[in-house]
Write a protein that binds this ligand. Structure first.
Ligand code: FEO
Length: 172
């Protein structure tokens, strides 16, 4: 049986991951409107991964005998002026999610809830990758998208991102 506070934090994380999916779809909406279908596609795939994360937390709670409850998902409210803005917002958001995961881990460690710590190990590693990917997007944009030709080439590269459901997700 999971501790009440830990279960609440895990339940709340479902909402945060679904918000992440919503946020990244909002980025995709912006890029689609700007004619950058590669950037839009990249964030559509990212949104699919975030939904997967939400489902992993949901499954963990259900498998541990907990009722899952859903709250309202916040409205993404960022206004983008230039193409770099969503990339920066994405990197900032991933650091925020890392902080949330770390807080749950901290609580689980304090309560010697080794099962939840083991479940969260996958997310700790995943967040490292998510932050790196987000930072790489900024680096690539800054390096290569300085002119129309470079922006076109980067857009084409991002079109190639393939959604692959995680087969090595956390143990639940
Ligand atoms: Fe589910 Fe991008 O963290």
């Amino acid at each position: 049986m999971l501790d009440k506070k830990i279960a609440e934090m895990l339940n709340e994380q479902i909402n945060k991951e679904l918000y992440s999916a919503y946020l990244y779809l909002d980025f995709a909406n912006y890029y689609a409107d700007e004619g950058l279908d590669g950037f839009a596609h990249w964030y559509e795939v990212q949104a699919q991964e975030e939904r997967d994360h939400a489902l992993m937390f949901r499954r963990y709670l259900l498998n541990n005998g907990h009722r899952v409850t859903f709250g309202a998902i916040d409205r993404p409210d960022k206004v983008f002026k230039v193409h770099l803005d969503p990339l920066k917002a994405g990197a900032e958001h991933e650091r925020y999610v890392t902080k949330l995961i770390t807080e749950i881990y901290h609580e689980a460690a304090g309560q010697k809830d080794y099962r939840t710590m083991q479940f969260l190990d996958w997310f700790i590693k995943e967040q490292g990758e998510e932050e790196t990917n987000a930072d790489d997007m900024i680096k690539k944009y800054t390096l290569f998208a300085g002119d129309a030709k470079g922006l076109y080439a980067l857009n084409q590269e991002l079109l190639g991102r393939v959604y692959a459901p995680s087969t090595t997700g956390p143990s639940v």
